[in-house]
Design a protein around this ligand. Structure first.
Ligand SMILES: [Zn+2]
Length: 434
């Protein structure tokens, strides 16, 4: 018995010493064969990236590596800043039971699986995301647990409850009025009129919103009639955006229709989400105002091939058929006109971790591979208000970086196979063969 106790103490002592060693070894040096420099739009070779705890402290070709630094050899790989997805819904993805997802799941069901999707997103190379709409503040709980190191996932900026008018994309439509809404009123983002909307913005912020998301127009994956029609008045949109600003928050608008896009841009949103039916006037306005376009141009493929099998109503699939092709064409028009583009996929509409599939379409529809990468790094960081913290491999930023085996500037789809992921100086994945 005494022997057992001594033995256990010995193991404990060993573990303690080992942990101590790990804690002391906070300095890391990455030897990078190639680095995508997204700030200058170039490729650097044979770089050393120095990391102290969670920060990049230096990068250069002639840096000496401190003797106590842990060396990570990525000399046969291409290193990029951690990717950022500006439009995710980490709390869910379709289970294959459309009505079950709506009526048989509570926010508690959603909360117990959200961390799985967060981990998948991180392992796919996305070290940050802007999560734009989740039920019952599950996104706040997830963000906090990640920040506390309790679960693995990307840095998150969260919108909490999607703010929508009665009967809007953000409401529950197509059912009996006796069903109304599936959760308590305090967990609904449905609000109307300037006063209610200002109160809703305050409420979302009170319980943890970093950004405000509202539905400027009707949507695709909901049963209300049109896709593009405005769902708030100009006065209401102005109120949402100005209230958010007062509390130091940016606002973003879900907007498919041309009119709703223009109204939201005039109200001062930081980004238009989807932007499917944007017209020339809208493109001009977005350019003038520096409004980002966050256009989810991959998920059309997934919706059209999978959603019938996943039990979605015909009505919703028909809406997608109407919008998907136009969205890609209009994305190309906006790119040509010089509208600022930030990468956002609507992950959760398709399986989490597939985010990088969208790069192929962004290149197909007008961006150079470098611009596509910039949309998911420096541009995305700018949209999130994290320009000083994320988006490039630069001194003073978070040690968030990824590596792939081949140059994504030659073939953008290599980003679908990220082999190495570091977030905040911690390695979460390393599948590189030396
Ligand atoms: Zn969305």
């Amino acid at each position: 018995m005494l022997f057992m106790r001594r033995f256990l103490f010995a193991i404990l002592a060993f573990l303690t010493i080992n942990n101590f060693t790990v804690a002391q070894g906070k300095l890391k040096a990455i030897k990078a064969g190639k680095v995508i420099d997204v700030v200058n739009g170039t490729v650097l070779t044979n770089q050393v990236i120095l990391i102290d705890s969670n920060m990049i402290t230096d990068i250069g070709s002639a840096l000496s590596i401190p003797a106590n630094a842990e060396v990570i050899d990525l000399s046969n790989a291409v290193v990029l800043p951690g990717l950022i997805d500006c439009h995710t819904h980490l709390t869910s993805q379709p289970s294959g039971d459309y009505y079950g997802d709506i009526f048989r799941k509570s926010p508690i069901d959603i909360a117990v699986t959200a961390h799985i999707y967060a981990k998948r997103t991180l392992e796919a190379g996305f070290t940050s995301c802007r999560d734009v709409g989740a039920p019952a503040f599950v996104d706040v709980a997830l963000r906090n647990a990640i920040n506390n190191g309790e679960v693995e996932g990307p840095h998150m900026e969260v919108a909490t409850l999607f703010i929508g008018s009665t009967g809007s994309h953000g409401d529950l439509n197509g059912f009996s009025p006796f069903l109304d809404w599936q959760m308590p009123k305090q967990m609904s983002g449905v609000a109307n009129g300037v006063d209610e909307l200002r109160k809703q913005v305050r409420y979302n912020i009170k319980y943890g919103a970093d950004v405000i998301k509202f539905g400027a127009s009707a949507g695709v994956l909901s049963e209300e009639e049109s896709v593009g029609g405005p769902q708030f008045s100009q006065e209401e949109m102005n109120a949402i955006v100005s209230e958010a600003k007062m509390w130091g928050r940016k606002a973003c608008a879900h907007a498919h229709g041309a009119e709703a896009i223009k109204m939201a841009v005039k109200a001062g949103v930081a980004s238009i989400e989807h932007g499917s039916l944007v017209d020339d006037e809208g493109i001009k306005l977005m350019k003038q105002n520096g409004t980002y376009l966050v256009s989810d141009i991959y998920d059309d493929d997934y919706i059209l091939s999978e959603y019938s099998k996943l039990g979605y109503p015909e009505k919703i699939i028909n809406k997608e058929k109407m919008v998907g092709k136009l969205q890609r064409e209009n994305f190309e028009k906006a790119v040509k006109a010089g509208v600022k583009i930030a990468f956002g996929t609507d992950a959760g509409v398709y399986p989490h971790g597939w985010n990088a599939k969208q790069f192929f379409y962004m290149v197909k529809f007008g961006l150079t591979p470098m611009q596509a990468i910039q949309s998911s790094t420096i541009n995305a960081a700018d949209l999130l208000g994290w320009k000083e913290k994320a988006g490039s491999i630069t001194k003073g930023k978070w040690a968030d970086l990824i590596a792939v085996e081949n140059n994504p500037l030659n073939d953008i789809t290599v980003l679908e196979h990220v082999k190495f992921v570091m977030k905040d100086g911690t390695v979460y994945k390393n599948e590189l063969k030396h």
